[in-house]
Design a protein around this ligand. Structure first.
Ligand code: SF4
Length: 501
């Protein structure tokens, strides 16, 4: 019996962060943060969706969900020996692998495993045909167990997703045109890495990633650790793989900042695998800025053209990915660069229905069309992506050309991609609107503002119709719009770096 089984959820977490697997297995649980409310919501919704799918199943099936541990496993084996066509909530183990697939379906001479997921079975909002690594490694584990115990019907598996689609995961296929490694090879790479971590043959390190770490229950202890180590991942856009490549040469932000790069650069190349000259110099400048501590000031890497317009509109949307529902479109209009003229306008799709979503979308498009002479500012490509998606969903609201016009460069500026990433440097851990606007002194009224929290509030609003929650969502969205304005004004004040002037 292995000291630690490799499970599907371990592999799922491993795809995002290998240190998570280490801490979940060996970490001091008293240091863990409270579970994130959004993550809890995801679990609840996942369980509810699974129950709903099972309730609607028309095929007869054997339900093993009331059993646990070895009894569940024995019953699963018995059912497979009897060739029961469909088994719900079974359990399988062999060697050091343990899996509890939602479904085991008899096909041909054996079984294939599947999971029910309350999200899309493929990457991207619209299911672009790219399989998800997190799902692939889980399904790979079930398939591997079935093969090893000689019950497998073939090296493939499936996800039953939120759209009631069955997405096939064929492990013999390459991951993509540019990634020839097959899904099976990917699974085996992660399985081996998990084994090494569980046997402590591989030492893991935390690596800061804004989108992942803020939702993780090890966030605070990891951040403290990273700060103590002055870890390079605390520099924006410097993730685990770049940190690991750089670590041969520099182990701390200060060490990186005070180093001479000349010996590492040879013409157009550097000694550091995967990091080109331009990236190395940019990250080096970033390290220098962050190392300056209280003296650090943000600056422009190149001049930006952000003239003041008579009317400026700051725009932010809130989307519930669990329901695939855009529930709020918020706008703040400022006239003549005078903050006292600001007015917040919101179009709220309070009911989680297509009718409500369509009505709010139509109002928001009309608002933007009525402000055809305003300059529109938003933060990240998300707004444009979602508007394209909403237009496809509700073509009666406007045409695809209308959306392109609304987001054309003459009319709208994505402050994140077009300005912050291309032309600015900040002494912050990341370039989220929260980090930058807070750096500039802006405070959200809410004590725990985040997009994930807003989604959780929306779910509670739908269940309770609590008007205090409604207002909390609106305040949060309004503050996001104001933060975009604060950031724009802040960028307009930034000096060009002295080496450029
Ligand atoms: S906080 Fe970040 S680095 Fe730490 S375990 Fe979680 S995901 Fe990994």
């Amino acid at each position: 019996m292995p000291s630690h089984f490799i499970t599907a959820s371990m592999l799922y977490n491993l795809v995002s962060c290998e240190h998570r697997l280490y801490l979940d297995t060996f970490g001091d649980t008293s240091l863990r943060d409270e579970p994130n409310a959004f993550i809890q919501l995801l679990w609840e919704k996942g369980t509810l969706f699974e129950q709903e799918v099972i309730r609607k199943l028309e095929t007869p099936f054997l339900d093993l969900s009331c059993y646990r541990g070895e009894e569940k496993e024995q019953r699963t084996r018995n059912a497979m020996n009897e060739r029961i066509p469909l088994i719900y909530s079974g359990r399988l183990s062999v060697d050091d692998l343990l899996g509890e697939p939602d479904l085991l379906r008899h096909e041909g001479t054996g079984y294939v495993a599947g999971d029910i997921k309350s999200g899309s079975g493929e990457e991207g909002d619209e299911g672009k045909g790219k399989l998800k690594k997190t799902y692939a490694v889980q399904l790979g584990l079930y398939t591997d167990i079935l093969e090893r115990i000689q019950y497998s019907a073939g090296r493939w598996s499936f996800i039953w997703d939120i759209h009631d689609n069955e997405i096939r995961y064929d492990f013999s296929q390459p991951q993509g045109t540019r990634t020839p490694q097959t899904w099976w090879e990917l699974y085996n790479t992660f399985r081996q890495r998990a084994r090494d971590i569980l046997e402590q043959a591989h030492t893991t390190q935390p690596a800061y990633s804004s989108g992942i770490c803020k939702l993780c229950h090890w966030y605070r202890p990891c951040l403290l650790n990273l700060q103590k180590q002055q870890d390079l991942t605390l520099l924006p856009e410097l993730g685990r793989s770049k940190r690991d490549a750089l670590r041969t040469y520099f182990s701390t932000i200060h060490g990186f900042a005070t180093s001479q790069l000349d010996t590492l650069i040879h013409g157009k190349n550097t000694d550091i695998p995967g990091i080109g000259v331009g990236t190395l110099q940019k990250l080096h400048a970033r390290a220098k800025l962050v190392s300056a501590g209280k003296q650090a000031r943000p600056y422009l890497r190149k001049a930006v053209d952000l003239p003041v317009h008579q009317s400026e509109v700051f725009f932010d949307i809130e989307v519930d990915p669990l329901r695939d529902h855009t529930y709020l479109h918020g706008f703040i209009e400022r006239r003549n660069h005078d903050n006292s003229t600001e007015q917040y306008v919101a179009f709220f799709a309070e009911q989680p229905t297509p009718e409500s979503e369509q009505a709010a979308f139509a109002q928001a498009v009309r608002y933007l069309q009525q402000h055809a002479h305003s300059k529109v500012y938003y933060y990240s490509k998300y707004e444009r992506t979602m508007y394209r998606k909403l237009q496809t969903k509700y073509p009666e609201v406007c045409s695809a050309e209308d959306i392109e016009t609304l987001f054309s460069q003459e009319r709208a500026i994505d402050l994140y991609f077009d300005v912050v990433l291309k032309a600015t440097e900040w002494p912050t851990r990341d370039y989220s609107i929260k980090s930058l606007a807070k750096y500039l002194g802006f405070l959200w009224r809410d004590t725990h503002p985040s997009g994930a929290a807003s989604i959780e509030w929306f779910h509670r609003l739908v269940e309770s119709d609590d008007q205090a929650i409604r207002q909390r969502i609106l305040d949060y969205n309004e503050d996001d719009c104001i933060a975009t304005r604060v950031l724009l004004d802040g960028i307009r004040q930034l000096p060009l770096h002295p080496s450029i002037t």
